[in-house]
Ligand binder design. Structure first.
Ligand SMILES: [Zn+2]
Length: 69
């Protein structure tokens, strides 16, 4: 998926791990932006830093993937 980024996120509420696939653009326009995401494990909404957590999707695999958003 050209242009997409994958971030590995860990829910601060339940400790669940998941990946978020997202497209940098108008919404994600600056480093350090926090994005409100509903955790797929516990369904609770938290703020995540999608830039600090970017991983290489070729070498990183997570059981749960959200997106693309
Ligand atoms: Zn959670």
């Amino acid at each position: 998926m050209t242009g997409f980024q994958t971030s590995h996120l860990k829910c601060p509420k339940c400790g669940g791990d998941f990946d978020l696939v997202w497209l940098p653009g108008d919404y994600f326009h600056q480093a350090g932006i926090f994005y409100s995401i509903k955790c797929p494990v516990c369904k609770k909404r938290s703020q995540f830093d999608v830039y600090d957590t970017i991983v290489d999707p070729n070498t990183h695999h997570c059981e749960i993937t959200l997106g693309p958003v």
